[in-house]
Design a binder for this molecule. Structure first.
Ligand SMILES: NC(=O)c1ccc[n+]([C@@H]2O[C@H](COP(=O)([O-])OP(=O)(O)OC[C@H]3O[C@@H](n4cnc5c(N)ncnc54)[C@H](O)[C@@H]3O)[C@@H](O)[C@H]2O)c1
Length: 412
C-alpha cells in the first residue's frame, strides 16, 4: 500500500515530532489539535526540529520550507477523508482514545489504517471502537520521535497481516527500525526495561550498594547511562505508570520497590522538576549531571522501614539476568523474535550495537550460567527471578550460547 497522505491526531510531545518525521519522508501530513493555538504550537515544534537541522548545516532554509509545506494543522476531521494512515497521539486515556478512534472510523476511507502511539493501552480494545478492527494497529514511537530509531509495530487480536506489513513498510519509509511486538502488557521495550530499573531501585532500598556504585557498574557493562540517570530522564511518574501496567499484567514478580512511591510522594519526579534519584541545578535541566543529596538517604530509610527488604549482595547480574529472563519469557510467549528483541534493546534502550542486545549478552555469558544465576537469585531474593522454562530446555539441549556455537543465535 502506498501512503499518499497521512494524519496525526494530537500535536503534543509525541504528535508534533511524529508529524515532522512523516513530512521529512516527503509525505503530506494533516495534524489535528483541539484548538487553533495548540495546532499552531505543534507546527512550531515541527519547525524548530527542522531549524535545528538547518543550524547544523544539514538542511537548507529552502528545504525547511518545502518540508514544512507538507504539514497542515487543523482542528476537525474533514481533511482526514483521503488519508491512507492516521496515527493517534492524544493523552493516554482509554475513553478519550476510543472516542478519537470512533471519529476516525467515521471520517476516514474504509481502506485507511488507524494506528495508535499508545505506550500501554490495549490495541484490541481501541479497535473495538471501530468497524475496522483488521485495520487498527499500534505504531509506537519513542521519545523524541525525530531522534529515536525504534518503532514497535503492535497488532491487536483482530489486526490483519496486511495491516502489519503496511505499518512495517510505512515505518521503514520513515527511516525507522520497526520491530513486531504481539500485544502484551508493556509491549516489548517497557516490559524488558522496568524489571531492570526496579531491581536497581530494590538494591538501593535494601542498602546493598550506593547509587553511584550501581550507576558505574551498569555503565561498565556498556549501558550509555546508569539506571537512575535513565529513570530521572524518563520521569519517575512515567516509570511508575508503566510499573502499574506490568504489575497488573504479570503479577507479583513486577512488584515495584517502595522507594518509587516515597520519591514520588516527595515530588521528586526526575529532571523535569529538578530532583529524582539525583538533584539537578534547576527544573527541566537536560545538561548538567545530577548530584546525590542527603534527602534521598532519608527517603531510602523511610522506604526500607515501610517495606523491609533483606540486604543482599549487589551485582550487575541481578539487573542483567532479570532483563534476560523477561526477554526469554517474551520469546517463549511469541511476543517477538530473538532478533527483534535484541534490536529493541539496542535501538530502544541504547545497549551497544557491537554487543548485539540482551539475548546476545546471554549467549556470551552462557545460557547455562544465566540459568544457574537465576536459580541462585531465586533462592536468595524470591520468585521474581524464577527462570523462564525455555532456558532449562535450551541448557538440556546443549544450546548454551557462544561456547557451544548455538544459543539464541547461531555462531557457526
Ligand atoms: N511522552 C512520551 O515520552 C511518549 C513516548 C511514547 C508514546 N507516548 C504516548 O503518546 C501519546 C501522546 O503522549 P504525549 O506525551 O504526546 O501527550 P501530550 O499530552 O504531550 O499531547 C497530547 C496532545 O493531544 C491533544 N489532544 C487531546 N485530545 C485531542 C483530540 N480529541 N483531538 C486532537 N488532539 C487532541 C492535546 O491537546 C495534546 O496537545 C500517549 O498515548 C502516550 O502514552 C508518549
Amino acid at each position: 500500500m502506498y501512503i499518499y497522505k497521512a494524519g496525526v491526531v494530537g500535536g503534543g510531545t509525541m504528535g508534533a515530532g511524529i508529524a515532522q518525521v512523516i513530512s521529512y519522508s516527503g509525505v503530506p501530513v494533516v495534524l489535528k489539535e483541539v484548538t487553533p493555538e495548540l495546532a499552531d504550537k505543534a507546527v512550531k515544534i515541527a519547525r524548530s526540529i527542522y531549524q535545528g537541522r538547518v543550524d547544523k548545516g544539514k538542511m537548507s532554509p529552502q528545504e525547511l520550507e518545502s518540508k514544512m509545506a507538507l504539514i497542515s494543522a487543523v482542528t476537525d476531521y474533514a481533511e482526514f477523508q483521503d488519508a491512507d494512515i492516521v496515527i493517534e497521539a492524544v493523552p493516554e486515556r482509554m475513553e478519550l482514545k476510543k472516542k478519537v478512534f470512533a471519529e476516525l472510523d467515521r471520517h476516514c476511507q474504509p481502506s485507511a489504517i488507524l494506528a495508535s502511539n499508545t505506550s500501554a493501552l490495549s490495541i484490541s480494545a481501541l479497535a473495538s471502537a471501530t468497524k475496522r478492527p483488521g485495520k487498527v494497529i499500534g505504531i509506537h514511537f519513542f521519545f523524541p520521535a525525530h531522534v529515536m530509531k525504534l518503532i514497535e509495530v503492535i497488532p491487536g487480536l483482530l489486526t490483519a497481516q496486511e495491516t502489519v506489513d503496511d505499518a512495517t513498510a510505512f515505518s521503514e519509509s520513515l527511516r525507522k527500525l520497526p520491530v513486531r511486538v504481539n500485544e502484551c502488557p508493556g509491549f516489548l521495550v517497557n516490559r524488558l526495561l522496568m524489571p531492570y530499573l526496579n531491581e536497581a531501585v530494590i538494591c538501593l532500598q535494601e542498602g546493598s550498594a550506593a547509587l553511584s556504585e550501581i550507576e558505574q557498574a551498569m555503565m561498565a557493562l556498556g549501558w550509555p547511562m546508569g539506571p537512575f540517570t535513565l529513570v530521572d530522564a524518563l520521569g519517575l511518574d512515567v516509570c511508575a505508570e508503566a510499573g502499574k501496567v506490568l504489575l497488573e499484567g504479570y503479577g507479583a514478580r513486577m512488584q515495584p520497590a517502595r522507594l518509587w512511591e516515597e520519591l514520588i510522594a516527595a515530588n521528586r519526579l526526575g529532571r523535569k522538576n529538578g530532583a529524582g534519584f539525583f538533584r539537578y541545578a534547576q527544573a527541566a535541566d537536560t545538561k548538567s549531571a545530577g548530584a546525590e543529596d542527603e534527602a534521598l538517604k532519608k527517603l531510602i530509610a523511610q522506604a526500607q522501614a515501610a517495606q523491609p527488604l533483606q540486604k543482599g549482595k549487589f551485582s550487575p547480574e541481578r539487573l542483567m539476568y532479570g532483563m534476560v529472563n523477561e526477554a526469554v519469557l517474551s520469546l517463549q510467549e511469541n511476543v517477538s523474535t530473538a532478533a527483534d528483541i535484541d534490536l529493541g534493546v539496542v535501538a530502544g534502550l541504547g545497549y551497544p550495537l557491537e554487543r548485539g542486545g540482551i539475548l546476545h549478552y546471554a549467549d556470551s555469558a552462557g545460557v547455562d550460567n544465566i540459568l544457574q544465576g537465576l536459580e541462585a537469585f531465586t533462592r536468595e531474593f524470591g520468585f521474581r527471578f524464577h527462570p523462564a522454562h525455555r532456558l532449562r530446555r535450551m541448557v538440556a539441549a546443549g544450546l548454551t550460547g557462544v561456547g557451544s556455537k548455538r544459543g539464541f543465535f547461531d555462531y557457526a
